[in-house]
Design a protein around this ligand. Structure first.
Ligand SMILES: NC(=O)c1ccc[n+]([C@@H]2O[C@H](COP(=O)([O-])OP(=O)(O)OC[C@H]3O[C@@H](n4cnc5c(N)ncnc54)[C@H](OP(=O)(O)O)[C@@H]3O)[C@@H](O)[C@H]2O)c1
Length: 236
């Protein structure tokens, strides 16, 4: 069960949520020392129950939620929406160029189990176009999009265009660090929503720090019982 949404959150977020067109929201929770996990692969709680509800409220405004494969393997997230009437109507998307997920026992993962129980929409995995799917039964549990890799990297415009082409217009990107750090230096992000929890996770933690300076504008802050949330747009 989620805690109730703080009553001033909808107004605070209003200008930073998608309307009808294509829209990319980048959102995550970080510590005071800009870490999003205490160590690679260690599931870490940073945010208060209030901002957890806010995250599900934000999910309710999006068509898809996107994360990198390391986040799925480390945290086993549900990637669904438990706020309001949009319950589970968000499509999980995982960037997994080498299809590492396929080497796992995929039934152990919540996003697969929830899909089987009708608590999640069918997950989409975005993998390299060089991979051939040998066991097609996997397609009963996940959909696959194949995209070219250039030097091991997929272009973000290719990724978002392929999702928009499926009718998934508004995409909420939640991490992990590789994804956040690279997207911060593009011009593709429409809104940035960062929850800051009052904790230092230390220098072994997974760091958010893009490769170059990123300036922000239209900045707005909210403060709750424990966390602060900053909404902004990236200066283009
Ligand atoms: N606090 C939060 O809000 C939050 C949210 C999400 C995650 N996290 C934390 O973040 C950590 C994981 O972060 P991470 O940086 O290790 O991993 P990640 O960003 O979840 O996944 C990175 C992997 O995704 C693939 N990838 C990402 N962008 C790509 C691109 N443009 N083209 C091709 N492949 C791409 C690569 O896979 P290959 O290696 O196969 O090439 C890459 O190694 C976990 O500890 C998790 O707990 C925290």
């Amino acid at each position: 069960m989620l805690e109730p949404l703080p009553s001033d959150i909808p107004k605070f977020l209003e200008k930073y949520l998608p309307d009808n067109g294509p829209f990319i929201t980048l959102t995550y929770a970080q510590s005071l020392d800009s870490r999003i996990a205490a160590a690679p692969g260690e599931r870490t709680y940073i945010s208060h129950a209030q901002t957890k509800t806010m995250t599900h409220y934000i999910r309710a405004h999006h068509d898809a939620i996107l994360v990198g494969i390391n986040t799925v393997l480390a945290d086993n997230p549900s990637l669904n929406c438990r706020y309001g009437t949009n319950n589970s109507k968000i499509r999980p998307v995982v960037i997994d160029p080498n299809f590492r997920f396929f080497s796992e026992d995929i039934n152990n993962y919540k996003l697969i189990d929830n899909y089987k129980r009708n608590n999640n929409l069918k997950p989409i995995f975005i993998i390299s176009e060089d991979i051939s799917i040998k066991d097609e039964s996997v397609l009963n549990l996940i959909d696959i999009i194949q995209i070219p890799l250039v030097d091991g990297i997929m272009s973000w415009s290719d990724i978002f265009t392929s999702l928009h082409n499926l009718g998934l217009k508004s995409i909420m990107v939640e991490g992990g660090a590789t994804i956040i750090n690279t997207l911060l230096t593009t011009t593709l992000v429409d809104s940035l929503i960062i929850t800051i929890g009052p904790i230092f996770l230390g220098n072994e933690g997974v760091q958010v720090s893009p490769s170059s300076q990123v300036k922000l504008e239209n900045i707005n802050w909210w403060t709750g019982i424990q966390d602060s949330v900053m909404c902004a747009n990236l200066k283009k």
